[in-house]
Structures are given as structure tokens and as C-alpha cells.
Design a protein around this ligand. Structure first.
Ligand code: GRF
Length: 192
């Protein structure tokens, strides 16, 4: 089977990246994780990737004078690794339309809300403040407008009366770990 070559972008914990790596261990999975890139040196996920034999690359945005020069280095690394699909997984840098246009249709993201509700940050706090009864997560294509690209998959969870941002976030996160590998597989199959 020809597997799509995937680069995962992270900035921190990396639990979604780990879910993708786990899924990709299945010989029947249509994608392989060829590299994990972090813009932060303290991203826990880098160690995990390296210890699983995956190229783990730090491209520290603070070492670049401009957003564009950081993105040029990121783009060059991903192309050197022959990456075909970028999976953003808790990557906390906003990417410019210039970078995104080079990967359109081949770059996806996981977002902790039922988009188009709660774009941006602090989604669990905002859902609780609104008294939302249902919350969830979305895997979507990355386009120039933040958190607004075409949806690939969503999963819903209930909001319970005694939920805190932490309990709600944990319930959403376990759904993220379930649907992100599914959505990546769908895209990989489409592209191959
Ligand atoms: C997740 O909630 C994801 O939806 C959001 O950032 C968080 C990253 O968590 N984009 P992790 O680094 O994958 O554990």
C-alpha cells in the first residue's frame, strides 16, 4: 500500500499527535507519520516522537525575525521530508495565507469545539459560560481564515451540569483522539 507521508505540527503536550502515531502503527492505516515539528523547545511531544523513531524537529519561531522567515524554514523542512499532508495538532502559531496556499487541501487541524461555534481560544470556558448543552471537536481543512476551513469530521459530547473547563476538556479530548486519526485516514485515501 502506498501511504501518504504526514508531518505533524505541535507546540506542546502532543496527545493528538500521539493518537495519530498510534493509529499509523496499523499496517492497514493509509498514512505514515514521517516527522513531528514543534515551534517550541519545551514541547513534550518532541521526546515522544523521537523515542518512537520519528524525525523530531525543533523550528523555534523566536529564532526568526519575521513570521515569513519562520514559515519558509518550516516549509523547506516539510518539503525536504517529502511531506504530503500536514496535520496541525495543538500548533499555536497562526500561519500566513502565503504558507497556507502552498498546502491547500493537504493541511488539516483539530479544533476543540463544534465549528463554526467557538473559533479561537478558550473554547471550553466559553461553551460553559454560554450554558451550552452540547460541545465537541472538529477536524477541518486549514484555509486562510482561522478555524473556518471545510469540516472533515466532528464529534459531539454532552455538557454536564457540574462540568468545569477541565472535565469538559477531557471529555472532548478523548473524542479528538478518536476522530483525528479517522479524518487523516479519509484525506490520505482521497489523495492516493
Ligand atoms: C487540543 O485540544 C486541540 O484540539 C487544540 O489544542 C489542543 C492540543 O492538545 N488545537 P495536544 O497537544 O494534542 O494534547
Amino acid at each position: 500500500m502506498i501511504k501518504a507521508r504526514v508531518g505533524v505540527l505541535i507546540s506542546g503536550r502532543g496527545s493528538n499527535m500521539m493518537a495519530l502515531v498510534e493509529a499509523a502503527r496499523d499496517p492497514a492505516y493509509p498514512a505514515e507519520i514521517v516527522c513531528v515539528v514543534s515551534n517550541r523547545a519545551d514541547a513534550k511531544g518532541l521526546e515522544y516522537a523521537a523515542s518512537h523513531g520519528i524525525a523530531a524537529e525543533l523550528i523555534n519561531h523566536k529564532h526568526f525575525a519575521t513570521r515569513e522567515s519562520f514559515e519558509a524554514a518550516l516549509d523547506a523542512y516539510l518539503r525536504k521530508m517529502n511531506v504530503e499532508i500536514i496535520a496541525c495538532a495543538g500548533f499555536m502559531r497562526i500561519l500566513t495565507p502565503g504558507f497556507i496556499s502552498g498546502w491547500l487541501g493537504r493541511m488539516i487541524n483539530i479544533h476543540p469545539s463544534l465549528l463554526p461555534a467557538y473559533k479561537g481560544l478558550h473554547t471550553h470556558e466559553r461553551a460553559l459560560a454560554d450554558g451550552a448543552k452540547v460541545h465537541g471537536c472538529t477536524v477541518h481543512h486549514v484555509t486562510a481564515e482561522l478555524d473556518a476551513g471545510p469540516v472533515i469530521l466532528q464529534a459531539q459530547v454532552p455538557v454536564l451540569p457540574d462540568d468545569t473547563p477541565d472535565t469538559l476538556s477531557a471529555r472532548v479530548l478523548s473524542e479528538e483522539h478518536r476522530i483525528y486519526p479517522q479524518a487523516l485516514a479519509m484525506l490520505a485515501r482521497q489523495l492516493n
